[in-house]
Ligand binder design. Structure first.
Ligand SMILES: Cc1cc2nc3c(=O)[nH]c(=O)nc-3n(C[C@H](O)[C@H](O)[C@H](O)COP(=O)(O)OP(=O)(O)OC[C@H]3O[C@@H](n4cnc5c(N)ncnc54)[C@H](O)[C@@H]3O)c2cc1C
Length: 413
């Protein structure tokens, strides 16, 4: 029977770092991946450009972690965003920093990240194979290795589970790691979507389907709290079911999935203009188009697809001549453009979430090593753990840091 020092299950961001780091310590390391190629999810990150980390310090980073940030302190200190950037630059994979300190490869190709990581693992001596792990091989609670889908057993002194969450299951993350963790007695925090599109009650989103807005502000208010729970300037998208795009995905992770219908979302179509300035701007446009119908007066101000919706919601008859629009009607129109309402009905399913929240309960894992506190020799890394963060490169950094720490800690005296 084959035997290794370390078996890593899952060749995503976390698994590749874990395997490479373990092998660099001269441990015989087998990396098992059910897909024919490694890093299938990595390929679709950052819209195919891979936002691989965020160029910030650890304290700042932790403020962008939504769940269990303190648990990540050791992993992020050991392999920080700066370390990740140095690591990739040395591969070599030249990087660039964009708005919001998001870090991308200069080539804008996620495939370069996967290729460089795969060849790095090979150079460290990792043996990678296409195999699906069915379960952990445990005897009387002791970890002996893994059992493959066809029943074969492979022995190992240690196993690192890096199987991801349950989002985008076509990439291979189908929650298998949760089963393995449960086998070893671990508690699982129920999986929930995080960074996910939002279904809205209003039918007008469907009418604006495909409209992508840049430089708008999205604000989310929880009526139970006085302050908005989310307010950000950026990009969003209308879809057939509601809304998506970077701002909406981020907003979703600030909302409690269990009472999603309680929140109120508003979009400010013109954040650069306060109400007075917008009113003055409307007055100028109305002067320019004074003999036109109201519905034909907004094309300088708003995107084409939004105009019929704004006209209808304004309550002003579309065929009213512009010079007949009253001051009150114009004031109400200003308010509509600055506080365009969206009522959340539901989050889209977890399969469509960028990240899975929930997973292996972190209090049962040693944050300094990523080793299970219940089953010696068993380690966890990446999204399989109950950690998740906002958009901006944070989730991949978590996968890299926890993977690196697991690979460094495994079989350490
Ligand atoms: C569309 C999209 C865009 C994203 N963009 C970004 C971004 O730009 N920046 C960012 O920071 N984060 C981004 N994320 C999130 C980020 O991709 C994940 O958080 C990260 O990839 C998790 O890494 P992981 O290694 O833990 O899991 P995964 O990348 O999911 O890897 C797990 C691997 O384990 C394998 N596996 C599972 N079960 C088994 C088994 N039984 N046997 C063998 N192999 C198995 C899977 O096939 C898979 O390859 C994005 C996510 C999505 C869906």
């Amino acid at each position: 029977m084959e035997s290794f020092d370390v078996i890593v299950v899952g060749a995503g961001a976390a698994g590749m770092l874990a395997a490479g780091r373990a092998a660099s310590r001269k441990l015989s390391t087998l990396l098992l991946e059910k897909n024919r190629l490694a890093g299938k999810k990595l390929l679709i990150t950052g819209k195919g450009r891979c936002n691989l980390t965020n160029d910030c310090d650890v304290e700042e980073f932790l403020r962008s972690v939504r769940t269990n940030s303190r648990f990540l302190y050791s992993a992020l200190s050991r392999f920080s965003p700066k370390d990740v950037m140095d690591f990739f630059e040395a591969l070599p994979l030249p990087l660039k920093v964009e708005r919001g300190r998001r870090v991308f490869p200069v080539s804008d190709r996620a495939s370069d990240v996967v290729e460089k990581l795969s060849s790095w693992t090979r150079r460290q001596g990792v043996l990678t194979r296409t195999e699906t792990v069915k379960e952990l091989w445990l005897e009387d609670g002791d970890l002996c290795g893994v059992i493959l889908a066809d029943g074969r057993r492979i022995a190992a002194k240690s196993v690192i589970i890096a199987t991801g969450g349950v989002s985008y299951p076509l990439t291979g993350s189908t929650g298998d790691g949760y089963r393995f963790a449960a086998q070893a007695g671990h508690t699982l925090i129920p999986a929930q979507p995080s960074l996910v599109p939002i279904v809205t009650k209003e039918d007008y989103c469907r009418k604006m389907q495909g409209l992508s807005l840049k430089n708008v502000t999205v604000r989310v208010v929880d009526p139970k709290k006085k302050k908005p729970v989310y307010e950000e300037l950026g990009e969003m998208l209308f879809t057939h079911f509601g809304v998506s795009g970077p701002l909406i995905l981020s907003a979703s992770s600030h909302m409690d999935a269990g009472r999603i219908a309680d929140y109120r979302i508003t979009v400010d179509f013109k954040p650069a203009l306060d109400e007075e300035k917008l009113d003055a701007r409307l007055l100028r446009d109305f002067e320019k188009y004074k003999n036109k119908d109201f519905m034909n007066s907004l094309s300088d101000l708003l995107p084409r697809k939004a105009i019929p919706v704004i006209v209808k919601e304004s309550g002003i008859d579309a065929e009213t001549k512009v010079h007949q629009v009253t001051r009150e009607q114009r004031r109400a129109l200003v308010s509509l453009i600055k506080h365009f309402p969206l009522t959340p009905a539901a989050l889209r399913p977890i399969e469509e979430a960028i990240v899975t929240s929930g997973g292996v309960k972190v209090s049962e894992v040693n944050p300094k090593t990523m080793e299970s506190k219940l089953t010696p020799g068993l380690f966890f890394a990446g999204e399989v753990l109950d950690v998740d963060a906002y958009t901006g490169g944070y989730n991949l950094q978590i996968a890299f840091s926890t993977g690196f720490l697991a690979g460094e800690s495994v079989l350490q005296d």
